[in-house]
Structure formats: C-alpha cells, structure tokens
Design a protein around this ligand. Structure first.
Ligand code: G3I
Length: 349
C-alpha cells in the first residue's frame, strides 16, 4: 500500500513528509525543525517572497496614533487613497496642490515604505474644469501637463503609477466607458497617457488599474486583456495591471488565479491594488492571497484601508483590523497564506 495513502497524505510538501517520517518513527507528533524564517507582520512576510503588502492611506488620519502604529508595523507599501487624484492635485487649471500627497509620500519614505501612485487619469474625482473641455487639442495638452507635473513631483519615489484608472465600461460591451477623455480624444487617450508617463518617469512601473476585471469570463476583463495584449504587441509602454479586488462576501471568483496568470503571460506584472471583502471572511482573504502567491508575476497586494472604520465600505467591515485596531481572523489567514505564522499560534522552536 502506498505509505502516503496509509498516512492519509496526498500531494504533500517535503516538510510534511519529514514530519510524517518522524511521526512513524517515534509515534509522536514531535516538532520538525522548520528552518524557513517566518515573519510576524504582513509586509515582512510578503517581502520573503519578493512581494510587497500595502495599504491605502488617508492623510487626514496620520495624526491618529493607533492608525500610524499599525501602518508602520504591518505594511511596506502605501497608496494615497484620495490625495493624488486630479481634484486634489490640480483643482483649477495649472494650479497644483501637493500638500496632502507630500505628507503621505514623506511619511512613507521616512518609514521605508514604497509608494503606489493613484491615479493620473480617471473620469471620477475629476474637477469640473476638465470635464467641461470639448476641444481635443486643449484636453490633450491639459492631460499631458497634468501627468508630467504630478509625476515629476514624485519622480524616483513611486514604484508603480496607476496611469489610467477604470476606463472600461461595466456590463457586456467590453468597450471603454464614456468619459470626457474617451469622448473628446477617442480610445487613443489611454495610449497617449502611457506614452507621456513613460517619457516623464522611465523608472516607474506604469499600470492600468480597474475593478471587476477579476473574473476571467467577464466582458470587461476581456476588454482590458485585449487592450494590454494590443499595447504589448505594438510597443506601447505598459508594465502592470492593477486588479482592484473589491469583493463581495464570497471573495474572489473561481477564475481569479487564471485571470492573474493570463494577464501575466502577456508580459506584465499584476498587482492586487484595492483589496477589501465584505465581512472579511478568512477563507475569502486566504483564497485571494493564495491566487497571488501562485502567480510569479503577482508582485504585491494592497488592502484598501487599515481598520474597518477607515474603509469606504465601513458598513461591511471588509478589512483586516477592527475599529479598535485589533487584528481580525482574516489577518491571520492572510499572514498564513503569505507563508507566515500568526504570533498567537506559533509553536516554540
Ligand atoms: O474631501 C471632501 C471633504 O472636503 C468633505 O468635507 C467631505 C464630505 O463628504 O468629502 C470629502 O471628499 C470625500 C473623499 O472621499 C475624501 O474623503 C468624498 O466625499 C468621497 O466620495 C471620497 O470617496 C473616495 C472614493 O474613492 C471617491 O470615488 C474614497 O475615500 C476612496 O476610498 C475611493 O477609492 C476608490 C479608488 O480611488 C478607485 N477604485 C474604487 C475605490 C472605491 O470607490
């Protein structure tokens, strides 16, 4: 009889086989020395596989000690939640305000965290002076000026930029959504934005970021995939796809890992950029993290806020820390899925 079957083991990793051997030899579940270093925070554990684990940060919360305590302890990447958006950085034409974004970037640098830039071109949180432009040359000039000014401000300090955010329509069309950019400049506005971004900061990774592109079979996913494939085929500069991952209580769709691998196979990195899950089921979080860990080019995960009370969907308690800053069960599930061992359950060596 197959000894593995006798032990009830299937597709078992080497460490477990060693454990089984000890079990057979001694009749006890003696601890096998596990030489893999385990970290006790999300960022440090993600770093062991060359990934980052980040969070969205709001400048207005940086005076809250509980918030900054968790921020500094757990995360090695941050994304400004609203402070780099167009309405915050260029509320009127040619007049830029970088105060709140600077606060986040400077704080992150001081803590040794990387920064994701979010976002340069988006139809939402767009000031009225931009959305009312009807002339293509004017809008192209305004868009390029916005991209170059914001990127130059943070040149060398942003690891990835969401150059264009949420350009595809929901529903079955698989086409771009109507927006001032699409309607005035045509579909080519995305390519234009990426080319301008590359020439401004050649060292930054340039991402296309969207929600509801996690299910491989969705028309929206297919639309984004076709665009990235076309960009790679024609040499339009793009380095990464951000999948926001705002999930319902069930977590990721069954095809999530397939979607990540299929984008990655086009020659781009993939990143989970805005993760939150209604009710924060540990299983749903673990499934999401595992999908990323199983794809070599999935380079990092960002959760969209720290405590439930910080979330844009706070009524659904979708994050890893409760409103008092305590770790929730999903936290341990994520740490374990990243390859770590939750502190409370770690055995003595
Ligand atoms: O800044 C004003 C403040 O002056 C005013 O007093 C207050 C009153 O409501 O509103 C403040 O603006 C709010 C802003 O967040 C900053 O706090 C807006 O009302 C509010 O709508 C805005 O929500 C943000 C939302 O994007 C806007 O689209 C959320 O915080 C932010 O988490 C969310 O993030 C987006 C990503 O950027 C893109 N993907 C989806 C994701 C969730 O919607």
């Amino acid at each position: 009889m197959n000894p593995l079957k006798r032990l009830g083991l299937r597709r078992t990793p080497v460490t477990s086989l060693l454990a089984a051997a000890v079990l057979v030899a001694t009749g006890t579940a003696a601890a096998v020395p596990d030489t893999t270093p385990r970290a006790s925070t999300l960022g440090a554990q993600a770093a062991q596989s060359g990934r980052y684990f980040g969070t969205a940060v709001a400048a207005g919360k940086l005076g809250d000690g509980t918030y900054t305590g968790i921020l500094g302890r757990e995360f090695n990447s941050v994304t400004p939640e609203n402070e780099m958006k167009w309405d915050a950085t260029e509320p009127s034409r040619g007049s830029f305000n970088f105060g709140p974004a600077d606060q986040i970037v400077n704080g992150a640098t001081a803590r040794g965290q990387r920064v994701r830039g979010h976002t340069l071109v988006w139809h939402s949180q767009l000031p009225g002076w931009v959305s009312s432009i009807r002339d293509a040359n004017t809008l192209r000039g305004v868009m390029n000026h916005h991209i170059t000014t914001v990127m130059n401000r943070y040149k060398g300090r942003i690891h990835s930029w969401d150059v264009v955010n949420e350009a595809f329509a929901d529903g079955p069309s698989g086409q771009l959504r109507s927006s001032v950019f699409r309607d005035v400049l045509g579909d080519g506005f995305i390519e234009q934005a990426f080319r301008t971004a590359r020439s401004t900061d050649p060292a930054a990774k340039l991402c296309y970021n969207d929600y509801n592109i996690e299910n491989w079979n969705d028309a929206k996913t297919q639309g984004a995939y076709r665009m990235v494939r076309d960009f790679k085929a024609r040499g339009v500069p793009i380095d990464c796809v951000g999948l926001q991952a705002h999930f319902g209580a069930g977590g990721p769709p069954a095809s999530f890992q397939t979607t990540l691998s299929n984008f990655a196979a086009l020659g781009v990195d993939v990143q989970i950029t805005e993760l939150d899950i209604a009710q924060a089921s540990p299983t749903a979080y673990a499934n999401t993290v595992r999908a990323c860990m199983n794809v070599a080019r999935c380079t990092g995960i960002t959760v969209w806020g720290i405590r439930d009370s910080d979330s844009w969907r706070s009524g659904e308690n979708p994050l890893l820390f409760d409103r008092n800053g305590n770790k929730k069960p999903a936290y341990n599930a994520v740490l374990t899925a990243l390859g770590g061992t939750p502190a409370a359950t770690r055995r003595a060596p």
